[in-house]
Design a protein around this ligand. Structure first.
Ligand code: FPP
Length: 238
């Protein structure tokens, strides 16, 4: 049987790591790494879309990232705002944009744009672009548990009926395919609270490249690496 080695139809998670080290290596401020990282984010998103990827999820900012210096936080949020403006104008593509995370901690102007972008793109049928911002996997699962508990308290749900599908229906990614693979750049081999529920059967891929050095050809290499893995989903395989 012919093997399908394309990215078509895949769901992919990306932990963009190493912006700071990329900048340090060049004697630049850490924020220069984030600026370059935002350009790479745009390019890889376009490429994934061209390749027919079903869903791509980026870890842009974690619930732990608030502990960074104020000037760095300002630059990251400013880059996020610029990215929102580009997404706002991104009407030509058929992408659906979804933001994962607790958005009330973000700037009101950003929250407004996020709400508008999500509602404007919600019925689009092309690639789903998920951006995790002020996101934590534990926080996401806790939110789902809280919502189910609330329904139970209101008598709308019998706790004995709670199953995996129901919990999944309260995640930010409800209704979406689980990631086929999650790729982390910069040589770190951790999941760092990213898509904790969704990664149950995802292949984990790591590259030593810093995110600002990540190019389309590296994306292709990751897809090839994914296809070379033997996925068994708990069974015994072929
Ligand atoms: C990880 O590198 C990167 C971040 C925490 C921020 C990522 C932000 C962007 C790419 C730009 C803004 C977002 C969008 C969606 C355009 P690091 O700073 O942890 O690097 P280090 O581990 O080398 O210090």
């Amino acid at each position: 049987m012919e093997q399908n080695h394309s990215a078509e139809g895949l769901s992919i998670g990306i932990i963009m790591d190493g912006n700071g080290r990329w900048a340090k290596q060049r004697g630049l401020p850490r924020t220069a790494g984030h600026k370059k990282g935002a350009d790479v984010f745009d390019d890889i998103t376009r490429y994934a879309n061209e390749q027919g990827v079903r869903a791509i999820t980026y870890y842009a900012f974690s619930t732990e990232n608030w502990s960074r210096p104020a000037d760095e936080l300002e630059v990251i949020m400013d880059l996020f705002g610029q990215s929102l403006k580009r997404l706002y104008k991104y009407r030509k593509e058929n992408n659906r944009v979804v933001f994962l995370g607790e958005r009330t901690a973000l700037l009101p102007a950003h929250q407004k744009m996020m709400d508008e972008i999500e509602s404007e793109t919600q019925s689009r049928t092309g690639m789903i672009l998920n951006i995790a911002i002020n996101y934590g996997g534990q926080q996401e699962i806790t939110k789902a548990a809280r919502e189910l508990a609330q329904l139970a308290a209101e008598g709308k749900l019998n706790p004995a009926d709670i199953n995996e599908d129901m919990l999944e229906g309260h995640l930010y990614t409800k209704g979406q395919p689980m990631p086929d693979f999650i790729l982390r750049t910069s040589g770190e081999m951790r999941i760092s609270n990213f898509l904790l529920w969704q990664c149950a059967y995802s292949e984990l891929l790591f590259t030593d490249l810093y995110w600002p050095d990540f190019r389309r050809k590296h994306f292709d290499e990751a897809v090839q690496e994914f296809h070379s893995r033997n996925r068994r989903f708990g069974g015994i395989g072929e």
